[in-house]
Design a protein around this ligand. Structure first.
Ligand code: HEM
Length: 130
């Protein structure tokens, strides 16, 4: 029988989720080049922003200030990237946590990914959404 996993409850949980997710992203042959070779992400700055972002969504803290969509517009990403991003995110959540907030994390990730993908298609080709 598998061990019962905790739900996402604390800032330490948020950090564990984010760190583990970006470990997977960095090991992923499709996503890693976008972050590291195209965007040249400064991880020491990016990870704390992502702690604030996810803490805001899941623990209702209010530290994140930013406009996440804008950062994605110049990236060369399409539906395959979003699918893989979401797949890795959900696998990370399921490996570490279980419960209503873990469920919420996957749902929020899925709906934001969906909106980003749709908006990016609209920005890059306005006729595609008519
Ligand atoms: C294919 C999928 C995705 C890729 C390749 C991607 C890549 C990136 C990159 C390169 C940055 C800029 C990091 C930096 O230079 O500091 C970024 C920022 C960010 N991304 Fe994504 N992202 C993806 C999907 C998502 C999704 C689905 C979400 C939300 C659920 C998200 C949330 C954010 C946030 C909050 C930031 C920080 C923006 C800021 O500077 O305030 N990303 N992402």
């Amino acid at each position: 029988m598998s061990a019962v996993l905790p739900d996402i409850q604390t800032e330490a949980d948020i950090r564990a989720l984010v760190d583990s997710f970006y470990d997977r992203v960095n090991a992923d042959p499709l996503l890693s080049p976008v972050f590291n070779d195209v965007a040249h992400v400064n991880w020491a700055a990016h990870l704390p922003r992502m702690y604030d972002f996810w803490s805001g969504l899941l623990l209702h803290t209010n530290r994140y200030r930013g406009q996440p969509f804008a950062r994605h517009i110049p990236l060369p990403i399409g539906s395959g990237h979003f699918q893989q991003w979401l797949h890795l995110f959900c696998r990370t959540v399921d490996a570490l946590f279980a419960g209503p907030i873990a469920q919420e994390a996957k749902l929020r990730a899925g709906s934001i990914a969906h909106v980003f993908e749709h908006r990016m298609r609209a920005v890059n080709n306005p006729l595609s959404i008519l």
